[in-house]
Design a protein around this ligand. Structure first.
Ligand SMILES: [Fe+2]
Ligand SMILES: [Fe+2]
Length: 196
């Protein structure tokens, strides 16, 4: 494989793959990802590339998706088995090199794979994506105080913990059970674990 296509080309491709509303969300994710990457000494361009692509397969999941992911060597978690929509990040990881028409670094793939449930192997770019996905300006479930509280974290790990606590409270109200991988990530970060 070779050099992948540039951001602008990938962005145009993604625009044709998802609904307008989802595309606007993805642009919001890109701008927050750039900001976080700059703040923490990461590549803003890489974070943007991951961000614009992360939801490209948001409308492509069906009952065949868990099996398709397994065939491609992806471990499917029980919550994803039950709710295949949760696998859209896994589909992005599978299709990323072909859509980008070239080599895509492994940490890009881990980031998109794990952006929905979170995972201790998501890496720092996965952390940036996870946070940006939750706080991008189009998200109406958050107010300014929530955003400020999350962004006041001193590191990406702290921000994820704050998000997971907010989400946990929401899940509790809705009677939703947290996925086991998400719980593992939370416990890992709580005990001082760092993403890499
Ligand atoms: Fe997503
Ligand atoms: Fe998203």
């Amino acid at each position: 494989m070779s050099m992948r296509i540039g951001y602008t080309e990938l962005e145009a491709k993604v625009r044709g793959m998802i609904k307008e509303k989802r595309f606007i969300h993805s642009e919001g994710v890109v701008s927050v990802s750039r900001m976080l990457a700059e703040r923490f000494g990461l590549s803003a361009d890489d974070a943007a590339y991951i961000g614009i692509y992360h939801d490209a397969y948001r409308y492509s999941c069906d009952s065949a998706t868990p099996g398709f992911c397994r065939v491609h060597g992806i471990e499917v978690f029980p919550e994803e088995e039950k709710e295949p929509m949760l696998l859209h990040g896994a589909l992005s990881a599978i299709h990323f090199p072909s859509d980008a028409e070239g080599d895509v670094p492994e940490h890009f793939l881990r980031a998109v794979r794990h952006h929905t449930l979170g995972h201790r192997e998501m890496g720092v770019y996965g952390a940036v994506l996870y946070i940006a996905d939750y706080i991008e300006p189009g998200r109406t479930h958050l107010d300014c105080d929530d955003r400020r509280k999350i962004l006041s974290g001193e590191c990406l790990e702290d921000m994820i913990l704050t998000i997971m606590e907010m989400q946990g409270a929401y899940f509790k109200r809705k009677g939703i059970e947290e996925a086991e991988v998400s719980r593992e990530l939370y416990d890992f970060l709580r005990s001082g674990g760092r993403l890499q």
